[in-house]
Design a protein around this ligand. Structure first.
Ligand code: SRM
Ligand code: SF4
Length: 562
């Protein structure tokens, strides 16, 4: 074996196209996989975790988080009901992720094969939902008809399928249950990835012009369709985005993607260009330091001109300059919307993406299942952790509304604006990287912030707020108007000033903020905004215009006056 290989790459080669010793380990009675297998498991969409709430009270309680990739967030009714039923193999919740996937938590090792086989029977897979490969391809899933939209879901599914690893390991390990075979015995090749796969994860998002619901700028590759009179005429391609930054690694930072080129509407051309960008990451991404390995650091080093030159040399032709992109505030499409002349869809708010029965009043999981079971509607998950129930005929709307109400599923119009738009990553107790709480405290923090907005005379103000339990930024807090990021034990960093369109990141407003100090600390900024905003100026745009220093001074002034 080549001694110059980085440890992570050596391990990938030793795992023989994602096999490792998973099949053997599934045969033993141990509750957990051995450490070397945990890296291989990620490519299969599985994280080995322990319940961090229980760490102090006894031995570690090991189980698995399983992520089911759902390209564009689209599932049939039958797939939804399967996803719902299989959640009982874990803790009984389905969690819609910020990339339209579904996660199960607390799945025992002994139930994993059963889970994977049942998913596979319904054409669902966790392959490549995690790991150093192209992850779940996301897209705005609202079935909206308008002149500046065309049906692009076939492109999403095509790209997703084409960029999946080609190894047979997933089927051997989970479906056929055969013992691992050697590479020589298998016919495996990974034409795109090679035996060492990518240096790091790689994310692709589509979104429609004007409507950045998927945060395209936060992705390694962003794809913006160009449409005219409801027809697709091409795509604008962006590259080099990513939110993650690692605590203690100074050079790591979030970055927005840059527009690189325009291409035509042909599926094969799209695949060619996106694959070429993936190979730039494969060949030039940092393979010795995983904290600095994302494509965004290649873009930082090279700049767009050199990046585009390399891309052109890989596709063998010059590429057109990117079109100018313009954006408006992303809509959430919650509530009722017309889908076609005789059909509707309803957007359902799922706070922090957690589909579960909270108590006898709020039976979200049961209510959604009841609707899908009764009517057979398809479901679409969104990158804002919500879902749409689609294809509802006019005459069934009343009954759907009744079932939603009966199960305590809130009418979005009744939700306070901040709660309606907020995102939160899971953090404690499942995430091994969490420094602070996020999902569990988000509703409370949001309620406190809403109270301060109400008191400041801003009760109806739309403000995007996102909480993450560490700087990795899984809820994309750096593109939220208020970003709350776990930094050290029970302490948060607050970011303000991002654009509500996802085109500008926020800046640090305050550090080392205790959870209960978050809302009071923001209050002076709300008062300042109320008194000095321009007409129709969003909170994030205001914070950016006046600058962080002015906001901090307003905050200091108010606290010294008290
Ligand atoms: Fe994430 C790692 C959850 C979207 C950046 N992320 C993790 C892990 C797997 C923790 C770990 O490595 O041990 C978290 C599992 C927690 C748990 O208990 O479930 C986790 N990330 C999530 C999800 C579930 C958050 C959510 O609220 O839904 C999202 C799953 C998306 C999916 O379906 O694929 C999720 N993660 C994101 C996003 C947002 C996005 O992609 O739009 C980001 C920022 C964008 C980006 O990638 O830069 C993100 N997650 C990270 C990072 C930082 C990567 C980096 O470049 O430094 C990590 C840490 C890592 O990879 O080492 C991470
Ligand atoms: Fe875990 Fe941090 Fe991601 Fe939250 S942001 S899920 S704490 S890795």
């Amino acid at each position: 074996m080549d001694n110059a290989l980085a440890p992570a790459d050596k391990a990938k080669i030793e795992a023989r196209y994602l096999r490792g010793t998973l099949a053997e380990e599934l045969e033993n009675d141990l509750a957990e996989f051995a450490k070397p297998s945990t890296a291989v498991l990620k490519f299969h969409g599985i994280y080995q975790q322990d319940d961090r709430d229980l760490r102090k009270s006894g031995p570690k309680q090991i189980s698995a988080m399983v992520r089911v990739g759902i390209p564009g967030g689209v599932v049939t009714a039958d797939q939804y009901l399967t996803l719902d039923r299989l959640s009982d193999l874990g803790e009984g919740t389905l969690r819609i992720t910020t990339r339209q996937a579904i996660q199960y938590h607390h799945v025992p090792k002994a139930r994993l094969r059963e889970l994977m086989r049942n998913l596979n029977e319904k054409y669902l897979t966790s392959l490549a939902a995690c790991g150093d490969v192209v992850r779940n391809v996301v897209c705005c899933p609202a079935p909206i008809l308008s002149a500046d939209r065309a049906e692009i879901m076939p492109y999403v599914l095509f790209l997703s399928r084409s960029l999946k690893p080609k190894t047979n390991a997933y089927y051997e390990v989970w479906i056929e249950g055969e013992h691992a075979v050697t590479v020589e015995d298998s016919a495996d090749v990974e034409p795109l990835y090679g035996a060492t796969y990518l240096p790091r994860k790689f994310k692709v998002a589509f979104t429609f012009p004007g409507d950045n619901t998927t945060d395209v700028y936060a992705n390694d590759v962003g794809i913006v369709p160009r449409c005219s009179l409801g027809k697709l005429i091409g795509f604008t391609i962006l590259a080099g985005g990513g939110m993650g930054q690692s605590a203690g690694v100074k050079a790591s930072h979030p970055r927005l993607a840059d527009p690189v080129c325009d291409i035509g509407a042909d599926q094969d051309e799209l695949l060619e260009v996106v694959s070429a960008i993936v190979t730039i990451h494969r060949d030039f991404g940092n393979r010795t330091n995983r904290k600095l390995a994302r494509l965004k650091y290649v873009m930082d080093d090279w700049g767009v001109a050199k990046f585009k030159q390399e891309l052109e040399s890989r596709v063998g032709r010059p590429l057109r300059a990117p079109s100018q992109l313009s954006w408006t505030r992303a809509l959430d499409y919650l509530g009722w919307h017309r889908q076609s002349d005789d059909q509707w869809f309803v957007g359902v708010r799922v706070v922090a993406g957690r589909i579960k029965d909270y108590d006898s009043e709020r039976r979200i999981r049961t209510g959604l299942r009841a609707i899908v079971e009764k009517f057979g509607y398809d479901v679409r998950f969104t990158a804002q952790q919500n879902l749409y129930i689609v294809g509802i005929p006019d005459h069934e709307r009343r009954e759907v509304t009744r079932i939603l109400r009966e199960h305590g599923i809130a009418d979005p119009e009744s939700l306070p604006p901040v709660l309606r738009h907020a995102l939160a990553c899971p953090a404690l107790p499942t995430c091994g990287l969490a420094i602070t709480e996020s999902e569990r405290i988000m509703p409370e923090v949001v309620a406190e912030i809403q109270r301060h907005l109400d008191e400041a005379g801003l009760a109806c103000q739309d403000v995007q707020l996102r909480t993450s339990g560490c700087p990795n930024g899984c809820s994309r807090p750096y593109t939220a108007e208020i970003g709350i990021v776990g930094a050290s034990l029970n302490m948060y960093t607050l970011y303000l000033g991002a654009s509500p369109f996802g085109t500008r990141m926020g800046s640090v407003f305050a550090t080392n903020v205790k959870r209960h100090d978050v809302a009071p600390l923001l209050r002076p900024a709300f008062d300042y905004y109320k008194a000095n905003r321009l007409s129709d100026e969003a909170f994030g745009d205001f914070c950016h215009r006046v600058g962080i220093k002015a906001l901090q001074e307003a905050s200091a002034l108010q606290s010294s006056a008290q």
